[in-house]
Design a protein around this ligand. Structure first.
Ligand code: VGL
Ligand code: ZN
Length: 197
């Protein structure tokens, strides 16, 4: 039975100095590279937004880190980040991308954000990852990456809800922690049946 390591959004913009830099986001890279050896499949996700994406505060004339209402529900407005083809959207230079079987890009739909590796933020539009994993016979996932309270959280909750067995390695994640979002994320993952290790 193949176990997959899913590495969420270890990209320059989520590392210190990046547009949406997560504190210590770069510190998890060596541990993630080492962990890849323990898995039969390695999947990387890459946040990949077109310029002017609807999740960008600049597209709404709003301040970053404020909230807006989208047709699909509340949405945090972020600084411009992970613009397709930009340096910020590239993986951290030390991440071992050669080991990846699949690089899954998400957030490319201009009108819809996609925190989760499985569904866009409307919770309906699939990314295709579920089918990829099922057709490979993969049922057990470990997740690491950035950020614990957004893309890792939403990916882990969706995976558990879809019936995958999911462990999040907290030591190999880092959080944005916006207004208590980390505590809320840990509770949501626990409620969904995700193992926090
Ligand atoms: C993420 C905010 C916006 C993440 C992506 O990877 O956690 N957060 N886009
Ligand atoms: Zn994003």
């Amino acid at each position: 039975m193949t176990h997959a390591l899913v590495v969420i959004d270890v990209q320059n913009d989520f590392c210190p100095g990046g547009a949406l830099g997560v504190n210590e986001g770069d510190r998890i890279v060596p541990g993630i590279n080492a962990l890849m050896a323990d898995f039969g499949a390695v999947i990387l996700t890459q946040d990949w937004h077109p310029p002017g994406h609807s999740s960008f505060a600049s597209s709404h004339g709003a301040a970053p880190m404020t909230m807006t209402e989208m047709p699909y529900g509340p949405q945090v407005l972020w600084p411009d980040h992970c613009v397709q083809g930009s340096h910020g959207a590239a993986f951290h230079p030390d991440l071992d991308t050669d080991r990846a079987d699949l690089i899954l890009r998400k957030g490319f739909n201009p009108a819809l954000d996609s925190y989760s590796a499985f569904f866009e933020n409307d919770h309906e539009t699939p990314t295709g990852l579920e089918g990829y994993l099922r057709t490979r016979g993969i049922e057990t996932l470990a997740m690491v990456g950035l950020a614990t309270d957004f893309c890792v959280n939403w990916s882990a909750v969706d995976a558990a809800t879809l019936g995958f067995s999911v462990t999040v390695r907290r030591d190999l994640c880092r959080a944005i922690d916006l207004d208590g979002s980390l505590d809320a994320a840990l509770a949501a993952m626990t409620d969904a049946g995700v193992t926090l290790a």
